[in-house]
Design a protein around this ligand. Structure first.
Ligand SMILES: NC(=O)c1ccc[n+]([C@@H]2O[C@H](COP(=O)([O-])OP(=O)(O)OC[C@H]3O[C@@H](n4cnc5c(N)ncnc54)[C@H](O)[C@@H]3O)[C@@H](O)[C@H]2O)c1
Length: 448
């Protein structure tokens, strides 16, 4: 009898992960350099990839009685760390060694100096940069073309040259650059023709991050957005990704406070505990914190952080519990803490008969330490998607994002554990294994 806990999946054909994979990073700041250094240290056996699902996670296959739980890296054909090579763009000309020292995330003696030559070898290419979109960044290492189209064509050339120079078989691009000012979808974002016309006309609605996304997709390179910018979350670029057969994923890595929020909020809803208020504040002293101190960049981040509770708590379905929820998010730039963010949450909840209770959370985290393993997973998983022929929006990677990109007809899934189930079922599906529904009645049925 077919197990009611599982259902069969078709077998997919996946190209083997042979050859070299170039990981291209617009932005060579704290997140990027912490990721790069970490990969190199792990490759040398001088560090462990904690926080990375592709390196340390497992996936259960079949029934619980089968005891089949391989490492994800043994189950799906992922590119190896040794096959990765790296490139970057940044308006600040520091190489990855200089940038890592300035960002101050990693211990210089233990984690920067031992890989000095590797980090020094990663020099940023001139960036497609316009200070109108990121007010607090200044840097001379920028492209000089007349139109945004010129910059984007230069990016395409950079991509091709990098691929040839480094003898890469495949590439992925992950935007690890600053959060740009808030942009809403505008008419030029709706079709590719309009988008390209607006690039040529240097229209304000075309941000630099969109040029990188356009260039990547044109070159058949998967594009991932680690920041909350609109970027590839517009119909023109989604269509381009689909037409070119390229995966895209975003937006905004889910690392600190929002990671906790997407665990606590589903718990409240699961137990039908109400919430009247959720006050979240952060202090952060790195360059990202400085960029977010600009109200226009903060607005982009705020929108990304605010959406989460609305979708998880579903006040339309549970008006008595959540319709009056007051949700506030603040980020304060506070240089002494550098990358070591502190996020406080005060949650005013209520239970049986309306009696009030409170939850207080104080998360003393390290922003880039939480982000680096996610960048690695996204690089390896989007490369897998491409080899498996999965094109367009990769909703199965929602697990990693604060504002998961999704099809227009559905709402985004924010609950971390639903996202995790979705991700692992996607891996089972790709490999022709049975999907797990967690029904589990067969363990309690009499044998015939
Ligand atoms: N660290 C986390 O936990 C986390 C979580 C979610 C999202 N993010 C996002 O990741 C991004 C990177 O964060 P970070 O801490 O590394 O910031 P950072 O300021 O240290 O680095 C960003 C770099 O991007 C560069 N840059 C800006 N515009 C650029 C452009 N047009 N082209 C190329 N480079 C450009 C800047 O010069 C800077 O060096 C930010 O947008 C941040 O909001 C980080």
């Amino acid at each position: 009898m077919e197990s009611p806990e599982t259902s069969p999946s078709p077998v997919h054909s996946i190209q083997p992960p042979e050859g070299r994979v170039g990981v291209l990073l617009p932005g060579l700041g704290a997140v990027a350099t912490t990721f790069l250094a970490g990969v190199e240290l792990v490759r040398q056996g001088a560090g462990r990839p904690f926080g990375s699902l592709t390196q340390m996670g497992t996936v259960r296959l079949g029934k619980r009685t089968e005891h089949r739980t391989p490492l994800i890296s043994e189950f799906v054909p992922l590119a190896s760390l040794d096959s990765l090579v790296f490139g970057a763009w940044d308006p600040i000309p520091d190489n990855a060694y200089e940038s890592a020292l300035k960002c101050g995330v990693l211990d210089p003696r233990d984690h920067v100096e031992p890989i000095r030559s590797f980090l020094k070898s990663i020099e940023p290419m001139p960036a497609a940069f316009d200070q109108y979109y990121v007010k607090r960044i200044h840097g001379p290492n920028v492209k000089t073309g007349r139109t945004k189209r010129d910059w984007a064509e230069e990016l395409r050339k950079d991509i091709r040259d990098f691929k040839t120079r480094n003898r890469c078989d495949r590439l992925v691009m992950i935007w690890c650059a600053s959060t740009e000012i808030f942009l809403e979808e505008a008419p030029p974002h709706r079709t590719l023709e309009e988008f390209e016309r607006a690039m040529e006309a240097n229209e304000r609605c075309i941000a630099p991050s969109m040029l990188y996304a356009w260039a990547a997709l044109k070159e058949g390179v998967p594009f991932v957005n680690a920041a909350p910018n609109l970027t590839a979350d517009i119909p023109a670029l989604v269509k381009l990704a689909n037409d070119r057969g390229v995966p895209i994923a975003g937006k905004d890595l889910k690392t600190g406070q929002t990671l906790l929020k997407t665990v606590i909020a589903p718990m409240l809803k699961a137990r039908l505990l109400g919430a009247k208020g959720w006050y979240s504040t952060n202090i952060l002293g790195n360059r990202d914190g400085e960029v977010l101190d600009d109200p226009e960049s903060f607005r982009t981040k705020e929108e990304s952080k605010l959406g989460v509770l609305e979708h998880i708590l579903q006040p339309d379905l549970y008006p008595e519990l959540y319709a009056d929820l007051y949700h506030k998010v603040c980020i304060n730039y506070y240089p002494p803490r550098r990358d070591n963010k502190e996020g406080w949450d005060n949650v005013d909840i209520f239970g049986w008969l309306g009696y009030p209770m409170q939850i207080k959370i104080d998360f003393l985290c390290r922003d880039s330490i939480l982000a680096a393993p996610i960048v690695l997973d996204l690089a390896l998983f989007t490369d897998l998607s491409q080899r498996a022929g999965m094109v367009g929006i990769q909703e199965w990677l929602s697990f990693y994002f604060k504002s998961p990109q999704h099809a227009p007809e559905v709402y985004p899934e924010h609950d971390l554990f639903i996202q995790q189930t979705k991700l692992k079922n996607n891996l089972r599906y790709l490999m022709g294994e049975e999907l797990i529904t967690h029904l589990g009645t067969e363990y309690y049925e009499d044998e015939e």
